[in-house]
Design a protein around this ligand. Structure first.
Ligand code: GDP
Ligand code: ZN
Length: 363
């Protein structure tokens, strides 16, 4: 059966937003792989090889607006079968980013339009509340809904106890216990794949992400994920898609970039994940209390009274520090850019410098 846009996660809202591109004769498609600036894009009329149109490249600030795996794009399909042109990247419902390689603090989006992110841990090691909180911070900021997955359930006697431990750190994110080895609990993934929904996996190496992808995609990985083609030199090569359409419905994104995520965003995701600490902080003596060495700190008092777990508090301080550091480097970069372009008024420059000093004091 040919693939429809609905199979790829197309929605009524996207259809409405696509009215103008459609009227201009453009075709909607979803990026399944990028390699050397050539994109493989699935459309209702099959897969297209595509390149980004010069106009879009020009508009792309940094790498934000260039397409990534999972993106919906508007294509100009060449009637004679030459490469299609990507004319537009459609608005993203979620995106995962990491700091680009190298010293520069540049955001690099690694995958887009993920509905649910499965945060996978292996029960071959004890449940680590800090790690759960850390990955939740990353997941929440992406716009995708997080689900905690405890894999290797076959290795523990008391799965319920492990799930309870994870639940305490997971706030309102669901917790699933599964085993790819026995197949236990695997049906719990299905609701997250219904209606052409897209899932992706993050989590520590060795937790079982690849095993879960293989289980979810099953033999379809060979059928649709891996196709053999002749390359330019006439050699037979196999192409691994990073977005796979499951035969049973739904899509799975598995990119190397998703495996190297770090904290990036400066919005107060830490505060969101540690809502209990934010509540306590309302009673600190100083409004800008950092809950570190300040007197009259309600957060530290709660730790001393045993009302707030000391490990959770320590992890909060650590993530808070990382968030401040990233935010500082970002504003330094913004300042350097502004100076370089020479487009910045002296008033705005002073405001940026003040901001930088303030962040310098905070971190
Ligand atoms: P990834 O690094 O997160 O992709 O992890 P892998 O999928 O490569 O799995 C890491 C190791 O854990 C491999 O040796 C798997 O065979 C093993 N593994 C994966 N799932 C399970 C499971 O449910 N139970 C057990 N006992 N081992 C598993
Ligand atoms: Zn405080």
């Amino acid at each position: 059966m040919p693939i429809t846009l609905a199979d790829l996660g197309w929605s009524a809202a996207r259809e409405r937003a696509f009215a103008d591109p459609a009227a201009a004769g453009l075709v909607a498609g979803r990026v399944v792989l990028e390699h050397n600036h050539v994109y493989r894009v699935l459309t209702a009329a099959g897969e297209q090889l595509a390149e980004v149109a010069g106009r879009v490249k020009h508009l792309a600030e940094g790498r934000h607006a260039l397409p990534v795996v999972g993106d919906w794009v508007a294509l100009r399909v060449d009637p004679l079968g030459a490469r299609s042109q990507i004319r537009e990247v459609l608005p993203r419902t979620s995106s995962f980013s990491r700091k680009a390689a190298g010293r520069e603090t540049e955001e690099q989006i690694v995958a887009a339009n993920i509905d649910t992110v499965l945060i996978v841990f292996g029960l071959d090691v004890p449940v680590n509340a800090n790690a759960i909180e850390r990955y939740l911070v990353v997941a929440r900021r992406s716009g995708a809904a997080p689900v905690i997955v405890l894999n290797k359930a076959d290795l523990v006697d008391d799965v319920d106890a492990a799930v309870d431990d994870a639940r305490r750190a997971a706030a309102d994110a669901p917790v699933l216990a599964v085993s790819t080895r026995t197949g236990h609990g695997m049906e719990a993934f299905e609701p997250y794949l219904r209606g052409g929904a897209t899932v992706a996996l993050i989590g520590p190496s060795g937790a079982g992400k690849s095993s879960i992808v293989n289980r979810l995609v099953g033999r379809e990985l060979l059928a649709t994920g891996e196709v053999r083609e002749w390359d330019a030199r006439g050699r037979h090569t196999s192409v691994h898609r990073q977005l796979v359409v499951r035969e049973g419905g739904g899509l799975v994104i598995d990119t190397p970039g998703m495996r190297e995520l770090q904290l990036w965003h400066t919005d107060d995701v830490v505060g969101e994940t540690f809502a209990d600490i934010a509540d306590l902080a309302a009673s600190c003596r100083f409004r800008d209390c950092l809950h570190d060495t300040e007197p009259g700190c309600a957060v530290k008092a709660a730790v001393e009274a045993g009302d707030l777990d000391a490990g959770r508090y320590a992890n909060y301080l650590k993530l808070q520090g990382e968030q401040a550091e990233t935010s500082k480097r970002r504003s330094e970069r913004a300042l350097a850019d502004a100076k370089r372009i020479g487009k910045i008024g002296s008033k705005a420059l002073k405001a940026l410098q003040r901001e930088r000093q303030r962040q310098g004091r905070d971190s």
